[in-house]
Write a protein that binds this ligand. Structure first.
Ligand code: COA
Length: 261
């Protein structure tokens, strides 16, 4: 049996740790790794015991060095097209998942690696991380959503600077443009991400999923449509047992016991 390229571990708080396990190749996205990533995303998205998902890279050097450039050199033009379609779908699956994803950027997040982090809902980074989209220096452009998600996160001006120069930002610069929400020492990074996951797990699961859909949809819609979409999401929560439970818990001055119903 070959070693897993993506490891999934779920702790007792319902926080899943999804680790890219190719440290020797700086966790580069080979086709085999992306296939395992697809399966891992489907797995954690379907599990009722999972409340939040952390994505991290194995080792201390890289979160993910992007597309596997050695594999790429062996691929036909059609293979490249198929890979772009596959990875694009993987990142859409993260966005479409009912579970919140937290990228714990523990080192270099370059090209597809940064695109993976951009598809996550929250990003924290170690103070050793470097982030960038170097594709133009490789004769290509970001092809798994980078040109579309980056401006939605940091605005057009900062996105153009990063995409057109291919330059790498350090963690503090990434935080200052809003690409990263928090910077931590390397040995505290996963702990911080877990703490965010545990905070998320305090919420009612159906409400968390509805909130993610509502906020995620905001950038796609005119305001009036977004307000209508928010109302639709709220409607689905009104008849839920967890909403009633939260009111009872408040009245009884105790923590709520949510069931995801
Ligand atoms: N694809 C395939 N292999 C990769 C890789 C990638 N994207 N990035 C790194 N590797 C491999 C290296 O070829 C090397 O393999 P080797 O041991 O067989 O020689 C190994 O990982 C270690 O890489 P190295 O560059 O020596 O590590 P480092 O710690 O000094 O630097 C990075 C790490 C990530 C900063 C550096 O490897 C890098 O810049 N990689 C390219 C990233 C990139 O341009 N990605 C954009 C893709 S669109």
């Amino acid at each position: 049996m070959t070693d897993a390229l993506v490891r999934v571990e779920v702790d007792g708080d319902g926080v899943a740790l999804l680790t890219l396990c190719r440290a020797d190749a700086r966790n580069a996205l080979s086709r085999a790794l992306v296939t395992e990533l697809d399966a891992a995303i489907a797995d954690v998205s379907a599990r009722v015991d999972v409340r939040a998902v952390i994505v991290v890279g194995e080792g201390t050097v890289a979160f993910c060095a992007g597309a596997d450039l050695k594999e790429r050199a062996t691929m036909s033009d059609d293979d490249v097209r198929a890979f772009l379609t596959q990875l694009g779908g993987t990142l859409v699956a993260i966005e479409a998942s009912p579970k919140p994803f937290v990228a714990a950027v523990n080192g270099a997040a370059l090209g597809g690696g940064l695109e993976l982090a951009l598809a996550c809902d929250i990003r924290v980074a170690s103070n050793t991380a470097t982030l960038g989209l170097p594709e133009v220096r490789l004769g290509i452009i970001p092809g798994a959503g980078g040109t579309q998600r980056l401006p939605r996160v940091v605005g057009e001006a900062a996105a153009l600077r990063l995409v057109l120069t291919g330059a790498r930002l350090d963690a503090e610069s990434a935080r200052s443009v809003g690409l990263i929400s928090e910077v931590a020492p390397p040995d505290e990074l996963v702990g911080r991400a877990r703490a965010i996951g545990r905070e998320i797990a305090l919420g009612a699961p159906l409400a968390i999923a509805a909130a993610k859909r509502a906020v995620r949809g905001a950038a796609q819609r005119p305001l009036a449509d977004g307000l209508a979409a928010e109302r639709e999401e709220y409607e689905t929560l009104i008849p839920t047992r967890d909403r009633v439970e939260a009111l009872a818990a408040f009245a009884e001055r105790r923590p709520p016991r949510f069931e995801g119903r």
